[in-house]
Design a binder for this molecule. Structure first.
Ligand code: SF4
Ligand code: SF4
Length: 142
């Protein structure tokens, strides 16, 4: 389906959240900070391809009542770069998330097990696991 038609039928799903990459938590304090993020409403933390993201589920102020962009001609680069290839408006959209945390309780439980796993790994193994990490960036789902 052409992008224009697909977006016309969609309720602006990609304009109702944003996600920022965060550092991978490796200490109790890191996880405690994430626990604090998740104590707030409409916050999700997820892991995709080994990268950690903070997702804020909050609608963009420029989305109008018809789910159209009020500043379409001057929209930010992240919006321009967002394609419909595998976007969240498609029926066949697949999210490739290894983990998704929706509450402080969920991350606290995961932290306990994850920190124990990290502790059991050698320094070399931890370094290898971190290799190939990308820089911090904003994101819409792809
Ligand atoms: S989620 Fe996809 S179909 Fe919906 S508005 Fe965004 S780009 Fe268009
Ligand atoms: S600026 Fe426009 S396209 Fe970008 S998120 Fe807001 S409403 Fe959507």
């Amino acid at each position: 389906m052409a992008q224009e038609n697909l977006c016309t039928l969609c309720d602006g799903k990609c304009c109702r959240y944003f996600a920022l990459e965060i550092d991978e938590p490796t200490t109790e304090r890191d996880f405690d900070d994430i626990r604090w993020y998740l104590a707030h409403e409409d916050i999700v933390v997820f892991v995709e391809e080994g990268d950690w993201y903070l997702e804020v589920r909050n609608v963009c102020r420029h989305l109008d009542e018809q789910n159209r962009c009020r500043i379409y001609g001057d929209r930010p680069a992240l919006c321009r770069d967002h394609a419909t290839d595998n976007c969240e408006g498609r029926d066949d959209c697949e999210l490739d998330r290894e983990h998704e945390f929706r509450s402080d309780e969920e991350i606290a439980q995961f932290a306990e097990e994850h920190l124990a796993r990290l502790k059991a790994m050698s320094k070399k193994e931890r370094k290898k696991a971190k290799k190939g990490k990308k820089g911090r960036k904003g994101k819409k789902r792809e």
